[in-house]
Design a protein around this ligand. Structure first.
Ligand code: FCB
Length: 445
């Protein structure tokens, strides 16, 4: 006992969170499931995109990924063994509705039913995401998210999932990171479906938001009580230099990344400065669309990885200092900055951090992975989250990205985000030190 009056005991980090706080791990369907051609699954835009030469850094695809489709029981055992009580996953739309409209695929629904049952048996809460980027290819061939019909197809799919699983899951999120789908998928073209048109990207962004609103309204109208929300990727955007030009560019970038999504979701308008900037590329918005988008949210999901700096009018890379294997600056304080700012500017529903984590070059040594950088990353971000909570932001949960090393989109298998290592040749899983750290952290809460 060496505590004295002037050295107060250090409160374990986990005790800065209420007992009801949700701690989980996250994955997404295309990144882990594999079984791309099994049991009637239809093709998705990512299957097709990966076949195009030069799109994926290592020429790979999610065709096999972590083979979670077959190994899910042991993957759920892993989650349980770490004492983790919440799991975020997504449904592959083409697995349950191969053409994106019309017939349902019972074998596909069967898989998710067994997955949810496996979670129930282990006392792990299921947090379901409807759309984590794998649009049925048939819908893309009809125009995809640029086409207004896709909005209605999504709503039909969403209601069917809610009807089957709504009572068995803790939450349903409509979309994961609509900014990424719109901008990386349709403006820069580095993600599926790989278009390069700003106007298309902005129309897609509008349709994604509209489909969110329509789906939420329809699920509720059908009488389902499941908490509903959406997941946005967000970062504080800062001027790299103290110049008017950089500040103006940062403000605009903030408008594209944050306000373009938050304003319609929570205030039924698009930000004027962004509309003025994009000019002719502004989306066609029909009467009533904005009211539809602004459905009451039961929660807002936020994915946080890093901040963005704008320099010389360009979105700059990382600043000097530690970066992850993605080249993303490690900037934990950005999480509390972001959350306190959002809490000041909007009337927020309860917030869940639905993704946070880091890729590092891991090394398997003596049957283990001593991923100290990842542990430091997670610990620092959880501390920043505690700061946000203590300053009054209503944060209810946090999910580590990701349970498993997996198919990291255009980076293929070259980036490892898991707290569990995957040997993709043998599909062997190996718990990294970060997973053990998370287990011990949770045990002190
Ligand atoms: C997010 C995605 C997730 C994963 C992480 C690293 O943008 O939602 O699927 O790729 O980044």
């Amino acid at each position: 006992m060496n505590e004295t009056a002037d050295t107060p005991p250090i409160r374990p980090l986990a005790r800065r969170f209420p007992a009801t706080f949700v701690w989980g791990v996250a994955t997404s369907a295309y990144q882990i499931e594999g079984a791309a051609h099994q049991d009637g699954r239809g093709e998705s835009i990512w299957d097709e995109f990966c076949r195009r030469p030069g799109t994926i850094r290592d020429g790979s695809s999610g065709e096999r990924a972590c083979d979670h489709y077959h190994l899910f029981e042991s993957d759920l055992d892993l989650i349980a063994s770490l004492g983790i009580k919440a799991y975020r996953f997504s449904i592959s739309w083409p697995r349950v509705q191969p053409a994106g409209r019309g017939a349902w695929n019972e074998a596909g629904f069967g898989f998710y039913s067994r997955l949810i049952e496996g979670l129930e048996r282990r006392g792990i809460a299921a947090h379901l995401t409807l759309y984590h980027w794998d649009l049925p290819l048939a819908l893309q061939n009809g125009g995809g998210w640029a086409h207004r019909d896709t909005v209605h197809a999504f709503s039909t799919y969403a209601v069917e999932v809610a009807r089957r699983f709504g009572a068995r899951v803790a939450s349903i999120a409509t979309h994961n990171e609509p900014w990424v789908v719109a901008i990386l998928g349709h403006e820069t073209g580095v993600f599926a479906p790989g278009f390069r048109s700003r106007a298309m990207a902005m129309q897609v962004a509008h349709h994604l938001l509209l489909s969110h609103g329509l789906a939420v309204r329809a699920i509720r109208a059908a009488g389902h009580q499941t908490p509903l929300g959406i997941v946005l990727n967000q970062s504080p955007v800062q001027a790299a230099a103290d110049s008017d030009d950089d500040r103006a560019k940062a403000r605009l970038e903030d408008g594209m990344l944050i306000r373009w999504f938050m304003d319609p979701l929570l205030r039924d308008r698009y930000p004027d400065d962004v509309l003025a900037h994009i000019g002719e590329a502004a989306p066609r918005v029909e009467v009533g669309d904005l009211a539809l988008i602004r459905q009451p949210l039961d929660f807002l999901g936020i994915n946080y990885y890093t901040r963005r700096a704008v320099a010389g009018g360009q979105t700059a890379g990382a600043r000097p200092g530690p970066v992850t294997d993605m080249g993303w600056e490690v900037y934990p304080h950005g999480l509390s900055e972001l959350l306190t700012r959002l809490n000041r500017d909007y009337r927020l529903p309860p917030v869940f951090i639905m993704e946070n984590g880091a890729a590092y070059k891991d090394h398997v040594v003596d049957g283990g992975v001593a991923d100290r950088d990842r542990i430091a990353y997670l610990e620092a971000h959880i501390a920043a989250l505690a700061d946000a909570l203590e300053s009054g932001v209503d944060v209810r949960g946090y999910f580590v990205w990701s349970l498993l090393d997996n198919f990291e989109w255009a980076d293929g298998y070259s980036k490892r985000f898991g707290i569990v290592h995957v040997d993709f040749a043998t599909q062997r899983r190996l718990v990294k030190d970060s997973a053990l750290w998370y287990r011990d952290f949770l045990a002190t809460g």
